[in-house]
Design a binder for this molecule. Structure first.
Ligand SMILES: Cc1ncc(COP(=O)(O)OP(=O)(O)O)c(N)n1
Ligand SMILES: Cc1ncsc1CCOP(=O)(O)O
Ligand SMILES: [Mg+2]
Length: 210
């Protein structure tokens, strides 16, 4: 199999959210990379939200990744799919590739990085970087030094850091050179999600020098 289609070299701020309402709000706030992450629903229950999110993503010309539901992502012509290591065991990567979807893959250590890189995905996600309350993680947080070590072998592919990235921690994460910060609670649990989004966008996607 050849490489999956390219995405932006630096994906910037990458909110991961569980509803079409959040997708719509964040697109309106200027976010252009985002993920719909619905967990543990049968395809029939998730399909309407997946289809609506994809349609919204197209309307805003955004990079909208669908987590887990790769069949629905193909059916509704998503921009891309995000898969974890367990998802890779069951997903039909050939079908995703043939349909022309971008593919992002989660990794937690060197062995998972080897596996992911062999598939030539559109981006590689690294995490979790800090403790997170959003998802139960079987392993310990990587921390910034480990993130930096992994990035050394990833200069040729877009990278995303995820897990426990708050507004306060974002500058240190971005200082590693990672191309994107994926966040859940930093936006969805913020006292003021607009302000949090504005701040994170400014940090992760600074205006080019005019
Ligand atoms: C950008 C990004 N990185 C990692 C994940 C986690 O994916 P996965 O390991 O498949 O876990 P679930 O999100 O499916 O619970 C992600 N979703 N997005
Ligand atoms: C889905 C996922 N995968 C690794 S950590 C994580 C959750 C990140 O959530 P938060 O940004 O709230 O820590
Ligand atoms: Mg998954």
């Amino acid at each position: 199999m050849t490489a999956f289609p390219a995405t932006a070299p630096r994906l910037g701020l990458y909110p991961v959210v569980d509803s079409v309402d959040w997708i719509e709000r964040l697109l309106g706030a200027g976010v252009r990379t985002l993920q719909l992450r619905i967990k543990d629903q049968p395809d029939e229950a998730a399909e309407a939200a997946v289809a609506q999110a994809i349609a919204l993503g197209k309307r805003y010309d955004a990079r909208l990744f669908i987590n887990d539901y790769w069949r629905l992502a193909i059916k509704h012509h998503a921009y891309g799919v995000h898969l974890g290591q367990e998802d890779l065991d069951v997903a039909d990567l050939k079908q995703i590739h043939q349909a022309g979807l971008r593919l992002g893959i989660s990794t937690h250590d060197d062995a998972e990085l080897d596996r992911a890189l062999a598939l030539q995905p559109s981006y590689i996600a690294l995490g979790h970087i800090f403790p997170t309350r959003t998802k139960e993680m079987p392993s310990a947080p990587q921390g910034l030094a480990e993130l930096q070590r992994h990035l050394a072998r990833l200069s040729h592919i877009p990278t995303v850091a995820i897990g426990g990235i708050s507004v306060a921690r974002a500058p240190a994460v971005l200082a590693t050179g990672v191309g994107s910060i994926a966040v859940v609670s930093a936006i969805t649990q913020a006292d003021d999600w607009r302000e949090a989004t504005r701040t994170l966008l400014a940090l992760a996607e600074p205006e080019p020098f005019a």
